[in-house]
Every structure is written in C-alpha cells, then in structure tokens.
Design a protein around this ligand. Sequence first.
Ligand code: ACO
Ligand code: ZN
Length: 178
Amino acid sequence: MFVVRRARDEDLPEVMKINLETLPENYWYGFYKSLLDNWGEAFLVAEAEGKLVGYAMSRIEEQSDPVLLGLAKEEEVGLLRRVISSFKGELRPVGHLVSIAVRSPYRRMGIGSSLLRETINVVRDFYKADSIYLEVRVTNYPAINLYEKFGFKKVRVIKGYYSDGEDAYVMVLRLKAP
Ligand code: ACO
Ligand code: ZN
C-alpha cells in the first residue's frame, strides 16, 4: 500500500536522500526548493509504511521547439518547417520531468507508474502544457520501459549529455491534439 501526494517543504531532505541513493544526477537544496515553490503541484512524493519511498519533480517551460512540443522527431524538423508553413515557433507551455525515482526495495510495485501518471495529469490539466518531456540515459531500460508504457517516444539523442559521457534520449509525450 502506498499513497502519492504533493510534496511539502519538510519532505525535501528525504527527497534529496532518495535522489542520492538512486541516481548519479544530484542537486543542491535550492534547486529542489525552487521547483517546489514554482511548480509545487507537479512535485509529488510516494509514501509507504509511514516514510517517503519515491518522488517525481517537474517544471514548466516555455518552448517553441517542435521536437519538445511532441510535433516531430529531430530528423523531421526540416521537413515539418517546409510542410507546415504556418508554424511560427510560438512559445507554448511544456512540462519537463526533471527527476523521478523510487527506493529500490519498493520498485516493481506500481509506485513509479503512479508518480508518472499523476505528473502527466497535473502537467496537462493544472499547468495546461502541450507536452511533457524528459532526458534519460540510453541504457536505463527500466525507466525507458516505464516511459514507453505511458506513450513517451524517443525523439532525439543528446551525445555525452551526462557527466560520465553517456548519451541521453529525449522522450516526449504529446498531451494535446496538434
Ligand atoms: N526492468 C524492465 N522494465 C522495468 C523495470 C525493470 N527493472 N522496472 C520498471 N520497469 C517498467 C516496466 O514496464 C514496468 O511495468 P510492469 O511492472 O508491469 O512490467 C513499468 O516500468 C512500471 O513499473 P513500476 O513498478 O510502476 O515502476 P517502479 O516503481 O519500479 O519505478 C523507476 C521505476 C522510477 C524507473 C525505478 O526503477 C527507479 O527509481 N530507478 C532508478 C532511478 C531512475 O533511473 N530514474 C529515472 C531517471 S530519468 C528521469 O528521472 C527523467
Ligand atoms: Zn531534464
């Protein structure tokens, strides 16, 4: 049994601990605090057995990139620009899933899915974003499977994105009809 709820200020130290335990991409306290202060509806935690066992945190960005808007893959952008002459590159709100993690003893129980489902709902319905995107290590199969289960598509590779030199996939889920 677990619940997913909005994060509060007092959850941040434990969220930081989960992040340090589970991912090599770590952040300073002020970064978590600014996500919570600015996009708190999309900062979620999962609680089980009276403690925090997972989190998902996102921000909302203004983007005009058709790839991040879920309208095209990298290799289609040139074609898209020619075909859709009406595309003016206007800025649209886009969700960016910055980080999601579940403590290892609590994985494969649906907690990651619940965090991601609620993130998608909030980003679409509360923040009115056109799409949601993320970066993920190209070898992170558990996470890639999770994202694909929710319909995210690999749209771009960023060479050497991570500090150890690993590449990232950019994955996008379109939330609105184009
Ligand atoms: N191998 C293959 N597929 C997996 C695995 C795995 N070990 N774990 C999860 N999946 C996929 C499956 O499709 C699974 O569905 P199924 O159980 O019906 O087969 C689906 O994901 C959902 O699984 P959940 O139980 O909902 O996910 P879980 O609670 O285990 O959390 C997560 C998944 C968050 C990726 C977890 O493995 C984790 O914390 N990993 C370490 C941190 C991490 O890599 N985070 C993502 C980094 S990228 C970013 O943050 C934007
Ligand atoms: Zn990112």
